[in-house]
Design a protein around this ligand. Structure first.
Ligand SMILES: [Zn+2]
Length: 277
């Protein structure tokens, strides 16, 4: 009889202990969510979730800089042409994807929506906020913005970048300063990326993993400099599409400028053997 009472007591004790432990683990899971988690509810990016996915032979990554009236500048495209290009993407069923989707495709062959394209904007120009951001929002397109944290405040503000980040866009590192990586010592390369990472963390709370070489300039050490700063992939300015198995630290991009009219634009996003301009 005494033995039965002892077993009953033990059972009650163990059940109580289990309940306590499960409560602890639940609390632990809740407590583990970090401020870096994307705030999905506020995102203005509205990808078509019903679109079929596939593993394409390649993905075009488009490279934009400044949008404006400047003539004879290869890094500038008119507002009119830019808007026509975005309209073409929408009307012809292209699907802008994120850097993370591109990375998963390159490193793991993960399927992406059909007719994928990656939109990148370098240097953080004022028009990135005043022209590009509203157009992308209108179409619900995803895009990535590579900024030089050391220059923020001159053309764009941290408040504008914060607004874009909270709208769901990827803000990433283009070097703390816009300088040629291959002209720097190894230590200076690490430092230029590191200071950019720290500023993105400090000002926007971003644990950034994407880099874009200023002027497309890099050397044999640059990949190491990226890895030392938790960078998972880096974009160059070398022309061509991106493929499964490419080195993620030297990903190619397609130049877009005023010479890229709508026919050339369509060609650049439908064949990797596009006309050199
Ligand atoms: Zn740049």
């Amino acid at each position: 009889m005494k033995r039965n009472i002892l077993i009953a007591l033990l059972t009650v004790f163990c059940s109580a202990l289990l309940l306590l432990l499960s409560g602890c683990s639940l609390q632990g899971r809740e407590g583990s969510s970090t401020s870096d988690a994307p705030k999905k509810t506020a995102s203005v990016i509205t990808p078509d979730v019903n679109v079929p996915t596939a593993v394409p032979k390649g993905i075009p990554v488009l490279m934009y800089h400044k949008i404006g009236p400047d003539k004879d500048n290869d890094a500038v495209i008119s507002e009119e042409l830019f808007k026509k290009q975005m309209k073409l993407l929408k009307e012809e069923g292209f699907h802008p994807i994120s850097m993370q989707q591109l990375y998963d495709y390159v490193t793991k062959g993960t399927p992406v929506p059909v007719k994928p394209v990656v939109l990148t904007f370098d240097d953080g120009y004022a028009d990135t906020y005043s022209i590009v951001f509203p157009v992308l929002k209108e179409y619900g397109f995803d895009a990535t913005f590579f900024v030089n944290p050391g220059d923020v405040g001159q053309r764009m503000t941290w408040a504008q970048l914060k607004e874009m980040k909270e709208a769901g866009y990827t803000i990433a590192n283009h070097g703390y300063q816009h300088i040629h990586m291959k002209e720097l010592t190894n230590a200076q390369q690490v430092e230029n990326i590191q200071k950019g990472q720290e500023a993105l963390k400090d000002k926007l709370g971003i644990s950034n993993v994407w880099f874009c070489y200023p002027y497309g300039s890099f050397n044999t050490y640059s990949e190491e400099a990226c890895k030392a700063n938790n960078i998972k992939a880096a974009l160059s300015m070398n022309p061509g599409w991106v493929h499964v198995g490419d080195n993620p630290y030297t990903l190619h991009r397609i130049w877009i400028g005023n010479a890229v009219d709508l026919n050339h634009f369509r060609e650049r996003i439908t064949t990797e053997h596009y006309t050199d301009l």
